[in-house]
Design a protein around this ligand. Structure first.
Ligand code: CP
Length: 309
C-alpha cells in the first residue's frame, strides 16, 4: 500500500504533496463509512490510543475520539487539569508512564511550540500533533484543504485568504504549508500588529484591507482573535477590529462572485464573522467539522499501519 513518508504527524511542514493526496484518498473511503447506518470499521481493534490534552479543546478532542472509536481502537483520555502534571511531572515522564500501559499512539495538544516533535523523538509510540502552541495544527489544515477540495473540486490554483490573528495562530501556519504544497495561492489579511513581520518570506501575499482581500480570493478562512495568547493589546478594541476585519453578509453580497467562507472554530459570532455569514450557504464551517472525523480517521489509520504488530 502507498503510505505516508513520515512516522508521526508533527506538522504539515514535513509532509509531501503525495502524503496529502494519500490522506485525502483514504479520507474519501472513511467519509463513506461514517455516512453508513453502522459508522464503524474493525481496522484498529488491536491498537490503543491516548489523547493527551494539555490545553482546552472541543472540536479537535471530540473529533479525534470519534475517529478512533469509529476505527475500533481502544481509547484513553487525559486532561492536564486533572493530572499529575500539576504535581511537577515532566512531559516525557507523563507520556512514558502512559505508554507503559501498552499505548501505541499519542494524540497531543500542548501549549509549547515543538512539543509534539520533541515527544516523537523521545517515546516509543506514533505521535499526532493536535495543536502545539502558536506553531502548527496539522489536522485542522488537512481538514480545511479537504473541505475546499470537496466544495471546489480541487485546491490547486485556488486563491485562499486567511484573515485575522495570524501572529498567534497555529491554524494559519499549517494552512499556509498545506495550501502551498497543493498549488494554491495564499494571502494573509489583518491588522499590521497581528501579521508577523517576515511572513511574506513564505511566498504569500499580505493585505491589511479586507475588501481588497475578498475581491482577490476564492476562499476566505476567518480566524478567531486569540485573546488568551495576547499578552499586550494589539488593537484598540474588539469593536474597531470588527469594523475593519469582520466579515458580514453585505460585504459578501457586494462581491461580483460567490466566495467560500471557512472558520476553524470556535467562532466569536459578531466579531470576526456575523451570524448570517456563518449560517449562509457560502459557509462550509460545519462541513469542516464533519470532514475532520474522516480526515483524522485517515491519518490514524495510515500511521497505525506503520506499527509492527
Ligand atoms: N479548531 C479547533 O482546534 O478547535 P478546538 O480548540 O475546539 O479543538
Amino acid at each position: 500500500m502507498d503510505n505516508l513518508s513520515v512516522d508521526h504527524l508533527t506538522g504539515i511542514e514535513h509532509l509531501t504533496k503525495r502524503d496529502i493526496e494519500i490522506i485525502f484518498e483514504t479520507a474519501d473511503s472513511f467519509k463513506e463509512v461514517i455516512n453508513r447506518p453502522i459508522k464503524k470499521v474493525p481496522s484498529l481493534r488491536d491498537i490503543t490510543i491516548a489523547n493527551l490534552f494539555f490545553e482546552n479543546s472541543t472540536r479537535t478532542r471530540l473529533s479525534f475520539e470519534l475517529a478512533e472509536k469509529r476505527l475500533s481502537a481502544d481509547v484513553v483520555n487525559f486532561s492536564a487539569a486533572s493530572s499529575s502534571v500539576k504535581k511537577g511531572e515532566t512531559l516525557v515522564d507523563t507520556v512514558n508512564n502512559i505508554l507503559s500501559m501498552k499505548v501505541d499512539m499519542v494524540v497531543m495538544r500542548h501549549p509549547n511550540p515543538g512539543a509534539a516533535k520533541f515527544l516523537s523523538e523521545r517515546v516509543n509510540a506514533r505521535v499526532i500533533n493536535a495543536g502545539d502552541g502558536t506553531h502548527e495544527h496539522p489536522t485542522q489544515a488537512l481538514l480545511d484543504s479537504y473541505s475546499i477540495r470537496e466544495r471546489l473540486g480541487t485546491v490547486e490554483g485556488k486563491k485562499v485568504v486567511i484573515v485575522g490573528d495570524i501572529l498567534h495562530s497555529r491554524v494559519a501556519l499549517s494552512n499556509i504549508y498545506a495550501l502551498q504544497k497543493q498549488g494554491a495561492e495564499v494571502m494573509v489579511c489583518g491588522p499590521t500588529t497581528l501579521i508577523p513581520k517576515y511572513i511574506h518570506k513564505l511566498g504569500i501575499k499580505v493585505s491589511h484591507n479586507l475588501k481588497e482581500a475578498l475581491e482577490w480570493c476564492d476562499v476566505a478562512n476567518m480566524l478567531r482573535i486569540q485573546l488568551e495568547r495576547q499578552d499586550i493589546k494589539y488593537f484598540p478594541s474588539l469593536r474597531e477590529y470588527t469594523m475593519l476585519f469582520g466579515l458580514d453578509k453585505k460585504m459578501l453580497d457586494e462581491l461580483d462572485k460567490e466566495i467560500v467562507v471557512m472558520h476553524p472554530g470556535p467562532i466569536n459570532r459578531g466579531v470576526e464573522i456575523t451570524s448570517d455569514v456563518a449560517d449562509s450557504k457560502q459557509s462550509i464551517i460545519l462541513n469542516q467539522v464533519e470532514n475532520g472525523v474522516a480526515v483524522r480517521m485517515a491519518i490514524i489509520y495510515l500511521l497505525a499501519s506503520k506499527i509492527e504488530r
